[in-house]
Design a protein around this ligand. Structure first.
Ligand code: ADP
Length: 472
């Protein structure tokens, strides 16, 4: 079995239990094949510490049969590659938010520089029969940079965030360069069929790629295969957490505290893609339209801090605080606070208990690659008395989770109606919907995702590489 080399912006120690399902799944694979996990250390070297000269220092740590290799970034590279291009251009545009993109011309050079540096540092660590799996938007040109160094390994790429339609993508200066770089991979994976469709229409209309059928395209003297591989969770692991002492303790405490209420829960990273203000407005609309929910419906919204140095994030934080404050001010009673908003991260072991104590989950992003909270909520439920998932049709998960209550999060009134329906739903219907949703998340779990991607990558046609076809 060939050795697996995983490359992602951040690297997780697979032995730590705090690591999420993805880290666990990748670790399982890496453990069975032996392998390397390569990425940024999370450390930024300030100019006073040697500036660019200090960059690129490798740290190696052995975690069982897996070697974790990380590299530091200089302040300048971090600001242009990570904050600038990855999170200031690619993240907003890929989530359809052209209005929030900052197309500073200097960022792309830093993005390219860091990808080149990653390739230079990684290449000497490679063995001839390694399979390389690159993850996410930070590292789109990595395979092209590796190929330029003569690397002819099998290389796959998975995009964890959505791919927008051609005309949105085309707003990025240098979009042609970015998509051309995808042709250096043997297999490109997306979260949903919608993303795959956007890829096919872009490469055919903008790059004049030849459609070879079977999700294969030829352009720039290369053939790339693409596919939709919706990422899943480790259902057993998550259910294990629900039944572990911390999970049970959290469940009991929430049930006791809110015994006279119906809990609604939202758990997100604080990000403008998550539709948080729209969600809080829909909850306000619920209280306005359906007063029978007063003194009963209680929303717990947890938003973990994220990229707080970016102004779009602080704006949303203030908007949320003000919305929640005004709802509590207008509707609250001495013994009932309608919204509890917390700007924090909840320990992973406590999440299943919180989900299980909730009658409804509000997962209503404006756009999301997949959304794992939706799947975690389902896995944590008691099948005999399960909660209801209210899910945005714009989350990648909506392609799979058809038996959730699907909503358009921009439509506040209809979302409020769906929340009301969820709160009233009879147990029989809740059970039926939950059972059908569980069969989907069990079949397409994170192990399926890992296995099916790597199997397809192993079968992808080997091709002459390292040729001068791709001058980035
Ligand atoms: P994204 O990757 O955009 O943050 P996902 O829903 O796909 O969104 O994944 C988020 C992961 O982070 C889930 O496993 C979820 O449980 C976890 N998470 C999100 N918000 C919080 C929070 N406030 N506290 C603890 N864990 C969180």
């Amino acid at each position: 079995m060939p050795r697996l080399v995983v490359v992602s912006n951040r690297v997780a120690d697979p032995r730590k239990t705090a690591a999420g399902g993805l880290a666990v799944a990748l670790a399982e694979f890496l453990n069975s094949t032996g392998g390397v996990w390569f990425g940024w250390s999370g450390k930024v070297i300030e100019p006073a510490q040697g500036g660019r000269a200090g960059e690129g220092q490798l740290h190696t740590q052995q975690a069982g049969p897996v070697k974790l290799v990380t590299v530091d970034l200089s302040r300048e590279d971090h600001d242009s590659f990570y904050t600038g291009y990855s999170n200031g251009v690619l993240w907003p545009v890929f989530h359809y938010r052209l209005d929030l993109a900052d197309f500073d011309a200097g960022y792309i050079a830093g993005y390219r520089r860091v990808n080149q540096m990653f390739a230079r540092k990684l290449q000497p660590l490679l063995r001839p029969d390694d399979i390389i799996w690159v993850h996410d938007y930070h590292l789109i040109p990595l395979a092209a940079e590796l190929r330029a160094l003569g690397c002819n390994h099998r290389i796959g790429f998975f995009l964890h965030i959505p791919l927008p339609p051609s005309l949105i993508l085309a707003a990025i200066p240098g979009h042609d360069w970015l998509i051309r770089a995808l042709f250096a991979y043997d297999l490109v994976g997306f979260q949903s069929r919608a993303d795959l469709l956007h890829f096919s229409s872009y490469v055919e209309s903008e790059a004049h790629a030849q459609n070879l059928g079977d999700n294969r395209w030829r352009a720039f003297n290369r053939t790339v295969q693409a596919g939709a591989f919706p990422i899943g969770i480790d259902v057993e692991e998550f259910q294990g957490l629900a039944n572990a002492p911390e999970g049970r303790d959290m469940f009991e405490r929430m049930r006791r505290e809110y015994s006279r209420r119906k809990l609604l829960v939202g758990v997100d990273r604080l990000d403008y893609s998550k539709g948080l203000p729209q969600r809080i407005k829909a909850f306000r609309e619920l209280l306005q339209r359906y007063p029978e929910n007063h003194r009963s419906a209680t929303l717990i919204q947890i938003a973990s801090p994220s990229r707080e140095d970016v102004s779009a994030y602080t704006d949303i934080l203030h908007e949320l605080e003000s919305l929640c404050g005004s709802i509590n001010g207008n509707y609250g009673e001495l013994d009932w606070m309608p919204v509890r908003y917390m700007h924090r991260t909840v320990a992973r072991v406590r999440l299943p208990g919180l989900y299980r104590a909730s009658r409804v989950a509000l997962v209503t992003p404006l756009r999301d690659g997949m959304n794992l909270v939706a799947k975690e909520f389902l896995a944590a439920q008691d099948p005999a008395d399960p909660g209801v998932l209210v899910l945005s049709r714009f989350a990648g998960a909506a392609e799979q989770l058809k038996d959730a209550l699907l909503v358009n999060p921009y439509d506040i009134e209809n979302t409020a109606n769906a929340i009301h329906l969820a709160l009233q739903m009879p147990v029989e219907e809740r059970r039926n919907r939950h059972a059908s949703l569980m069969s989907v998340i069990r079949e397409f779990d994170v192990h399926w995702w890992c296995d099916s991607f790597l199997e397809r990558l192993a079968q992808a046609e080997a091709e002459e590489t390292g040729t001068p076809w791709l001058r980035l």
